[in-house]
Design a protein around this ligand. Structure first.
Ligand SMILES: Cc1cc2nc3c(=O)[nH]c(=O)nc-3n(C[C@H](O)[C@H](O)[C@H](O)COP(=O)(O)OP(=O)(O)OC[C@H]3O[C@@H](n4cnc5c(N)ncnc54)[C@H](O)[C@@H]3O)c2cc1C
Length: 277
């Protein structure tokens, strides 16, 4: 029998991490259907939302240090499996895709509800999400999931300082100041790009996880309670897109060309004229 109590430094905790990962169109290739106002996703090259790679990295790094498992969770069409495969190649232990025609057309509220509903059946001590996506860009889904689950949450995390079985301490960008927060687990954090540098997918892990199944859950698997049957997809989405239009151009914009020294003199003269200097 080993010494008792065991050496605290060598004690391995078991913390259940969940990373929310979304597949998005590659930036720059997004078009909007002028009739419906929805993004045209068919035939567009896709990638994992860049912020979600930071969320996944945060979960993996904490798991590697503290012990536990990382589940990658995504809602999307069948091709979103690629994003979960990438999560395996980075080191995720489990991948779950929520995919059903009933989830289509979801706004941020219905998306958050669907993810939260699934999380009720997925052990989670700490849920990590990106601060926003590069297509929808609303930054609403992470906090929405936490609210549906009634768990603590913090957004725009710049740094995760400490974590253990009971709480997580993080530094967050609060706009006009930086805040240090401590949250009792279970909790949810949305992370910025500053939080870490995501590891690259590994060829070794790619081979090792080649046969690992991705679980696909449909609406029936989420078993909504009575009264919440219509909370999914378009039916559960109170938002609608009224009009999509490019932002108006700025007719007063000027472009100055010239040598750096001339441009600097001109800029200084202009700032003096406007009384900024
Ligand atoms: C009327 C309407 C119809 C729409 N129809 C569709 C549609 O048919 N198909 C479609 O794809 N989008 C549709 N959208 C867009 C959809 O609402 C958003 O893409 C989605 O709710 C996520 O919002 P967001 O991209 O702003 O995420 P944000 O709130 O910016 O994301 C923050 C973080 O939440 C997590 N997250 C967000 N979405 C997911 C997800 N799906 N899975 C896992 N994690 C996630 C990620 O970690 C992400 O970094 C529709 C929107 C509206 C208003």
């Amino acid at each position: 029998m080993g010494p008792y109590p065991p050496d605290a430094d060598r004690m391995v905790m078991h913390i259940e991490f969940v990373a929310l990962v979304k597949q998005v169109p590659r930036t720059g290739e997004v078009e909007v259907d002028p009739e419906t106002g929805n993004l045209v996703r068919e035939g567009v090259a896709a990638q994992t939302n860049p912020y979600d790679l930071h969320a996944l990295e945060a979960a993996l790094a904490l798991r590697d240090r503290l012990g536990g498992t990382v589940t990658a969770l995504s809602m999307g069409p069948p091709q979103a499996e690629d994003t979960l495969r990438e999560a395996f190649w980075m080191g995720a232990d489990r991948g779950i895709l929520l995919s059903d025609a009933a989830f289509a057309g979801a706004d941020t509220l219905a998306t958050a509800y669907t993810l939260a509903r699934a999380l009720r059946d997925i052990p989670h001590d700490l849920v990590l999400a990106g601060m926003q996506t590069t297509d929808g860009d609303t930054a609403q889904v992470g906090p929405g999931v936490a609210e549906f689950l009634h768990i603590a949450h913090a957004s725009y995390v710049l740094r995760i300082e400490e974590a253990d079985r009971r709480e997580v301490c993080a530094v967050v960008d609060a706009g006009d100041r930086v805040q240090r927060v401590a949250l009792a687990l279970p909790a949810l954090l949305t992370v910025t790009r500053e939080v870490n540098q995501p590891r690259l997918p590994s060829f070794r892990r790619r081979l090792a996880t080649r046969d690992r199944p991705i679980e696909t859950w449909c609406r029936e698997d989420l078993a909504p309670p009575e009264g919440e049957e219509a909370y999914f997809g378009l039916e559960g989405s109170p938002t609608w897109v009224e009009e999509i239009f490019p932002p108006p151009g700025n007719p007063e914009r000027e472009t100055w060309r010239g040598r750096p020294g001339e441009l600097t003199d001109r800029l200084l003269a202009q700032l003096e004229e406007w009384k900024y200097l």
